[in-house]
Design a protein around this ligand. Structure first.
Ligand code: PLP
Length: 388
């Protein structure tokens, strides 16, 4: 068989590979502490589960419009008004199966040989993977620890060339927990006025997971780029719904039909009953979100404290999402080797920073979507392993 050349450029998300290795070790009887998973350890709130169950019983068994059920798109717009203070028309919303399809469609739409796409590095690995798949040049936007893992607008603007088609931003960020400050986003958007052909994709999937009163700066708050800004969010992280596969994108008026066409060619639509549950999530009580966020906040402090007690490690306090990105350069060992050693020798699953891009070398990502007890146990094992 001869596969398309582009298949050799397609990367992956190593979190799924580490999960498979961890599961294989567990099957051999090994005890593994999972600090690699990008999913809340909570269950979906019961009112949402009930809405999904009822939707199936009520007969939501068929295709929905490709763009999504109108009521879901309306609920998304209400949510955007409530949490982002921005007005969006439901016509611009595309409901998709998870957070990923919005970025998949956006990168497919702009990427091709000869084009350039600027993306966060270290960042969610699917950005770089998809850019390479399209044949476009992946231009890393360096997110440095000393810059609070935000970008420098000046540096990003200097990277724009006549071939730049798309800039990808992620705030709050995976894998660093970094949050883009309003001043930096202001500067970027202002600078983009000189580049009217460059589109922006802002991945805001962790928008509700913020700590210490940190504000969420959304691309939807910038009217001047509304004709070229794509905003990605979804239900996965906010409502502990990673397995339901439901997300949304707000697209510029001129692109929403193109995105819908990609969806028709691929998924047809998001799962019907899941969409109905999604309405309950957005319009129902939000206490469970606040409770999850408070629990993550507590664990965030525990994990950072624990990580800073490991010889050769240092870890700054993440501002959002549920990841701690520890600097492990002091160990003198590569990130990948530490990832392997901790899994095999200590029974702790975490992720090498290098799997989030070249600028992630020297770091390890720890997810604190796990109990305080497991976090303490995991880091204790790591300390022991390094001291052995
Ligand atoms: N964007 C970022 C930054 C993520 O971390 C993730 C998941 O980890 C996604 C998108 C994809 O979310 P989903 O699981 O809803 O497809």
């Amino acid at each position: 068989m001869k596969l398309a050349q582009s298949m050799s450029s397609l990367g992956t998300e190593t979190a799924f590979e580490v999960l498979a290795k961890a599961k294989a070790l567990e099957a051999q009887g090994k005890d593994i502490v999972h600090l690699h998973i990008g999913a809340p350890d909570f269950q979906t709130p019961p009112n949402i589960v009930e809405a999904g169950r009822k939707a199936l019983a009520d007969g939501w068994h068929k295709y929905t419009p490709a763009k999504g059920i109108l009521e879901v798109r309306e609920a998304v717009c209400e949510d955007i008004a409530r949490y982002r203070g921005a007005e969006v028309h439901p016509d611009k919303v595309l409901i998709v199966p998870g957070g990923k399809p919005t970025l998949f469609y956006a990168i497919l739409m702009f990427g091709e040989p000869g084009a350039e796409i600027i993306y966060p590095n270290p960042g969610f690995p699917i950005y770089e993977s998809m850019i390479h798949f399209t044949g476009a040049k992946a231009v890393p936007m360096r997110l440095a620890e000393e810059n609070g893992y935000s970008f420098s607008a000046e540096e990003v603007l200097a990277q724009i060339t006549p071939r730049t088609r798309l800039i990808i931003i992620n705030t709050p960020a995976n894998p660093t927990g970094g949050v883009v400050p309003r001043s930096e986003m202001d500067r970027l958007v202002e600078g983009l006025e000189a580049h009217p052909d460059v589109a922006i994709l802002c991945d805001e999937i962790y928008s509700r997971l913020l700590y210490d009163g940190e504000e969420h700066v959304s691309i939807l708050q910038y009217e001047s780029v509304a004709d070229r800004a794509i905003c990605l969010d979804g239900w996965s992280k906010t409502y502990a719904m990673t397995g339901w596969r439901l997300g949304w994108g707000v697209w510029p008026e001129g692109l929403v039909a193109e995105a819908e066409r990609l969806q028709i060619n691929c998924a047809s639509c998001a799962n019907a009953a899941t969409q109905i549950a999604g309405i309950e999530a957005l319009r129902g009580p939000q206490d469970a979100v606040d409770e999850m966020c408070a629990a993550f906040d507590e664990r965030r402090k525990i994990i950072v404290d624990e990580l800073n007690g490991v010889p050769g490690f240092s870890c700054s306090m993440p501002k959002g999402a549920f990841y701690a990105f520890a600097n492990v350069k002091g160990t003198g060992v590569s990130s990948k080797e530490l990832e392997d050693r901790f899994l095999q020798e200590a029974g702790v699953a975490c992720l090498s920073g290098a799997s989030f891009g070249a600028f992630g070398e020297g770091y390890l990502r720890f997810s604190y979507a796990n109990s305080a007890e497991n976090i303490r146990e995991g880091i204790r094992r790591i300390r022991e392993c390094l001291e052995a």
